[in-house]
Each structure stands twice: as C-alpha cells, then as structure tokens.
Design a protein. Structure first.
Length: 353
C-alpha cells in the first residue's frame, strides 16, 4: 500500500513538473546540424554530348541561375580536336583569357575551299577589267602550265607520303600538310584556267556585275565560317581556376572561388526559424576547425533529401577564411535563435517518432 502511494506521489510530481515546464516562460537556445556542400560562387562548365555538340554553361551558385548557355553543333563525321593552352590541371585564369581552341577539319577545309574560290573569282574580275592583251594571255598560259606541273610533282610526293603514312613511317600531321598543299595546287590550277579563259574571251558589263555579286556572296560565306571558328576559341568568362576532368562528359570547368556557397538541406518543419539573423558555423572535416558563414538565403522549392522534404539554405564564406575545396562536404550548425521549453520538448519527440 505504501509502495503504491509512493509511486502515485512520484507520478504526480512528474506530471506537475512537466506541466510547469510547459507553462514556464523560459526560452532555450535552439540549433540544428545538417551537412553542407561547398560550391564556388560561380562556375563555367565546358562539356560534350553524345550527338557531337559542345556545350558551355555559366552557373551562378549564389542565385542558382544559369547566366549563359551556348551550344556548338558539328557536322556528322567531322574530326574535332580540342587543344588546351596548358597541360596542367588547377591553373589560374583571368576573365577573357584564352584557355584553348577547338579545331574542326570540316570547317577548315571548307574555309580553304572558299578562300580559293574567292581568289579565283577576284582574279577573273581583275583580268576582265584590264583587257585582253597578247602579253597577258601568254602570261596566263605560262601560269597555267606552271601550276599544272607543280601539281603533278606534288601528287607524286603525296603518293609516296601516303604509302609511308600507311606504314606509320611519318606522322599524320606531315601527311595532312602535303595533302593540303596538293589541294591548294588544284585550286591554283582552277584559278589559272579561269584567268586564261577570262583574258581570251573578255566579259560584258553584265557579267562584271554578276562576278561582283558572286564575290560578295563568297565573302559572306567566309565571314560566317570565320565567326564559327571564333566560337571555337575557348575563352574564360570569369576569373578562377581551371579543372580538367578525364573520362567524363564534362571536359573542364572554371571555378570562381573568391567566395564559396554552402548548400544545406534543412527539414521543411524548420522553415519558420530560418530568418536573416540566424548564425551558421561550419566544421571542416580535415582539421575540425570551426568557422562562421553568413546566411545568404534559401530556395523555397521543396525537394526530397534522404527521404525527407527539405528546402536548401545557402550561406556565403569568404575565401580568406579558409581554403576550401569545391565539392567537399562540411558539418553545419545552424543557430536558429531560441524556443520555449514546450517547443523544445515537442521537437525532441518529433525527431524520435
């Protein structure tokens, strides 16, 4: 009987204590711990797709906005080669620095062809305007004969080099140089032939006008190709560090690490406590040092993280506080102010159940 009375007394005291704690006007500090991913404040990514496109994208990790997006399409079967100015990794660049260049054999070949065609058309126009003197005709014949002889000799050289290339006795570059020279010789023959025909026959004023319009058309085509080639020059739009990635769709990225963005998933239930005056502490995994971060904002879009509805909170850390490594994870403590004892007890039960 006495034991039961003691139990009832203890239970009554505990119940009174709980009720007292619920109504007691005392607030307790409230904080939560979450993982955080370290991101550069901006990053420029150069990547490739399975269908032969090169894609560049400038991402602002502060705002979560893609500030620039550009796609370059290459022709099917085109031999595309990327040459970077540095063979090193993690090298620094400034805004508008050239990182490298993309070479397209198809576009280079088309450009050479158009330039030869332009030279041929301009030569035709010039000869048409200067008259048809015998000395000019004789000179045109000699030029044509010389071009044919030069082309003939080059084709012999090219045939020998082709055999050597197939046996891996010379480099691909040497063979391609000889092949290009042979192509140019053929273009020169066409030019010389056109010059000879022009000085022999002469042209009417209407034909001169036609040739001028043809020249303009070719120049426009060349301009378009040159603009495409300019797009193949890889220029960094930001200051940062270049990181090259092997065996990945991402070829390289430039990270602007003048500031770091810390991305933290926070349970949606804590949203009401996420105010501008909260403080954030980060613990670095490799030295256990605690540093402070500045609350930047949050993304109101709800996402699923480890099976829980979360919103992502962003914090900013100055580079001078610590040399972070983009992509690493840190332990984050968010000090969310204070809550009543009642709220604190409820949150403990929420975490348990």
């Amino acid at each position: 009987m006495f034991i039961n009375l003691v139990k009832i007394t203890i239970a009554t005291i505990a119940l009174i204590a709980i009720i007292f704690l619920f109504i007691l006007p005392i607030n307790l500090p409230y904080s939560i711990k979450v993982p955080g991913k370290v991101l550069p404040q901006k990053e420029w990514v150069l990547s490739k797709t399975d269908n032969g496109m090169i894609v560049t994208q400038l991402i602002n990790n502060k705002t979560g906005i893609s500030e620039d997006y550009f796609v370059t399409q290459f022709e099917r079967g085109d031999a595309v080669q990327l040459n970077l100015n540095s063979k090193k990794n993690n090298f620094s660049v400034s805004k508008n620095d050239t990182i490298g260049i993309i070479h397209s054999n198809e576009i280079n070949r088309e450009l050479v062809k158009l330039q030869g065609k332009l030279a041929e058309t301009k030569a035709s126009l010039e000869l048409n305007l200067t008259g048809n003197k015998k000395s000019i005709i004789d000179a045109a014949k000699e030029t044509l004969a010389f071009s044919k002889e030069k082309s003939k000799e080059q084709k012999k050289i090219l045939a020998r080099l082709k055999a050597m290339f197939r046996k891996n006795l010379i480099s691909k570059e040497e063979y391609e140089i000889a092949q290009n020279e042979s192509n140019l010789n053929d273009i020169n023959i066409s030019i010389a032939q056109a010059q000879l025909e022009a000085v022999k026959t002469g042209e009417k004023p209407e034909q001169v006008q036609f040739i001028n319009s043809k020249i303009l058309s070719i120049e426009n085509e060349i301009s378009v190709l040159e603009k495409r080639l300019n797009n193949f020059v890889i220029i960094s739009p930001i200051n940062g560090t270049v990181n090259q990635i092997a065996n990945s769709d991402t070829i390289l990225f430039v990270a602007d690490t003048s500031e770091y963005v810390i991305l933290m998933p926070v349970n949606i239930k804590e949203k009401e406590y996420l105010k501008k005056d909260i403080s954030i502490e980060l613990q670095i995994p490799y030295n256990k040092k605690i540093i402070e971060a500045d609350f930047y904002g949050l993304n109101n879009k709800v996402q699923i993280f480890n099976g829980t509805q979360v919103i992502f909170v962003k914090a900013i850390v100055d580079k001078n506080k610590l040399d972070f490594i983009p992509g690493m994870y840190v332990q984050c403590k968010l000090n969310l102010g204070s809550v009543s004892i009642k709220e604190r007890i409820i949150k403990i039960f929420q975490r348990i159940f």
